[in-house]
Design a protein around this ligand. Structure first.
Ligand code: C2E
Ligand code: CA
Ligand code: CA
Length: 553
């Protein structure tokens, strides 16, 4: 029988590394090569049905490996394709970060030929066996129920016992892919022993399954007793399950959940909770607590309703004024997003923006904020109101979209806005990793007259020396600076920073000024503008319109 050749996609910008991979793998596999993340995603989409494994470099220009991982994870069709991340750094948390982003395995450069071949083979085998296993009820390797069978029988059990409290328990063997590389097929025995131990340790009326790879899942009637007593019972269960002392086993427990919730979503919550102890050497058991549960519920809501919120205009832009520190003259404003009329009460941008960033939705949301800002400016200009420049926040992901500047220019043209009326806010993290792209895009914007503000200055990795090289016009001092100003020493530090920033011909804004006392202090330090509750909170468009009329006419 002719063995089917598998296809690998190699996303790697370094020619030498591509040649090495070619020499290691081309005998056994068909290889496709991409020079960067964007090209890689195009090839992956084009050949999604054919590609069995992706080998992904992390440090790359145009679109780095983290972004590729995020895109793959968020794509229903692509998320099942295993990704092996390759990296030259030995940052201890890098592997963790990549695995969290959905990578299946991790290989360090320079390449060790044997390790690369083994990892690729193992991943293909594991993938094929899990795909096949999903089709049948019992997992032949462990004897537990397959994922689908587990979900089916668990739903039945929960339906039949609506009044009984149940708990979900998930186990995860730390570093199982390393064990596979080290022990090959005999690593499967570890799984088998584990599964046998689970079968004999769980109480009556429980169901156990292999969720995927080395993750097992159990649905069992909740254990009774006080918090401490139950904790001990789960510790006993853990000890019984952890048969093989050579492995590190992590166990997550989700007690007494609501039966009406979707089982897969509940398991996802448990999985996330388990992740939180993955690199904690001192903790092997975790419990999904109510706070975590609520957080995940809110997260689910945000993810599921963000698109409709934008369409239904529940997402709106507000404007927070910026005033001249010396005499209080209105100088500008910042556009800040608000989510109104949600079903889960108030959601602050501090909560939804990070989720938008993780899901990539921020690109759409920011484009909306940009368009809305231009639309309102046009509306006010047409009404004969004197307007001030307005700054819009941007996220790192915005700069990976090729046509960022084109899009900005388009809304400026569409609404016939003088580009000097617009500012872009960026944070320092933007300049790490993708600096060339970001620099180029920002330079184009600046060439059109759009000013760039460096947001949250003082919270990140601020290197005062690098300020001179960044494509920025204005530095916004973070609220934390203002909060610390009652200490004399902090005043001196801030004065030094302000002087240095000014010596580079950059303007300055201080955020979070709430009292007359801080306003005076900030003004005495030589800061140009102030944004904060002292003057005004962020205002809905209609109120900001009145504010403009009052302060500029
Ligand atoms: P940021 O850009 O640093 O925005 C300033 C935040 O400080 C705003 O919070 C604002 O309401 C708050 N603030 C202003 N003055 C004061 C004050 O005197 N005291 C106190 N305690 N707070 C003050 P907000 O609106 O909750 O936004 C939080 C963050 O969410 C923003 O921080 C920004 O990073 C992000 N964000 C908001 N809208 C957008 C957006 O349209 N796009 C993107 N990418 N991010 C956004
Ligand atoms: Ca900002
Ligand atoms: Ca800020």
């Amino acid at each position: 029988m002719i063995k089917k050749r598998h296809t690998l996609l190699i996303i790697e910008d370094n020619e030498l590394n591509r040649d090495i991979i070619d020499s290691i793998l081309s005998d056994e596999y068909d290889l496709l090569f991409a020079n960067n993340g964007l090209e890689g995603m195009m090839l992956l989409r084009e050949h999604a049905n054919k590609i069995n494994v992706v080998l992904l470099d992390i440090q790359m220009p145009v679109m780095d490996g983290y972004q590729v991982l995020e895109e793959i994870r968020n794509d229903e069709k692509l998320c099942k394709i295993p990704v092996i991340v390759t990296t030259a750094t030995d940052r201890p948390d890098e592997e963790e970060v990549c695995l969290d982003l959905g990578a299946t395995d991790f290989v360090l450069k320079p390449y060790n030929q044997k390790v690369v071949i083994k990892r690729v083979r193992n991943i293909i085998r594991l993938k094929e066996s899990t795909t096949a296993l999903n089709e049948i009820e019992v997992d032949t390797e462990t004897g537990l129920l397959s994922r689908n069978a587990f979900l089916h029988y668990s739903s039945e059990l929960l339906k039949k016992n609506n009044d009984t409290d149940f708990s979900l328990v998930m186990t995860d063997i730390k570093g199982f892919s390393n064990l596979l590389t080290k022990y090959g097929d005999s690593a499967i025995n570890i799984l088998k022993n584990e599964a046998d131990a689970i079968k004999s340790a769980i109480p009556e009326n429980s169901i156990a399954g292999r969720y995927y790879h080395d993750r097992f899942i159990v649905l069992m009637p909740s254990l009774a007793g006080s918090n401490t007593a139950r904790k001990e019972l789960y510790e006993d269960l853990y000890e019984k399950i952890r048969k093989d002392v050579k492995i590190t086993l992590k166990m997550g427990v989700f007690e007494n959940f609501d039966h009406s919730f979707d089982l897969v979503s509940l398991i996802e919550i448990l999985k996330d909770s388990l992740k939180s102890i993955k690199s904690n050497y001192q903790q092997n058991i975790c419990f999904v607590d109510q706070e975590f549960y609520n957080k995940m519920e809110r997260r689910n809501y945000i993810e599921q309703s963000m698109e409709s919120a934008l369409k239904e205009r529940k997402l709106e832009v507000y404007f927070q004024p910026k005033h001249r520190a010396s005499d209080g003259k209105l100088m500008g404003a910042e556009t800040l997003m608000r989510w109104n009329r949600s079903d889960i009460g108030f959601i602050s941008p501090g909560e939804f923006i990070p989720i938008f960033e993780q899901t990539g939705f921020v690109v759409e949301a920011d484009a909306f904020a940009w368009d809305e800002t231009c639309r309102y400016l046009r509306l006010w200009i047409d009404k004969g109101i004197n307007v001030v420049p307005i700054s819009v926040n941007t996220s790192r992901l915005d700069y990976t979209i090729k046509n960022f500047n084109v899009r900005l220019v388009r809304s400026v043209r569409e609404f016939r806005i003088d580009p000097t009326l617009l500012h872009i806010e960026v944070t320092e993290s933007l300049f790490q990793g993708l600096s060339q792209d970001a620099n180029r895009i920002l330079e184009i914007c600046r060439a059109h007259g759009v000013k760039v503000e460096l947001d949250d200055f003082g919270t990140g990795y601020s290197s005062l020396h690098s300020l001179a090289e960044l494509p920025i016009d204005i530095v916004k001092f973070d609220q934390s600076f203002v909060r610390k100003l009652d200490e004399k020493r902090e005043q001196l530090v801030m004065k030094g920073c302000v002087d240095l920033v000014k010596s580079l011909d950059l303007s300055t804004v201080a955020e979070g000024v709430e009292t007359e006392e801080s306003r005076q202090l900030i003004a005495s330090l030589g800061i140009d503008e102030i944004q904060g509750y002292y003057f005004s909170k962020p205002l809905p468009a209609a109120e900001f319109e009145e504010y403009l009329i009052k302060h500029t006419c």
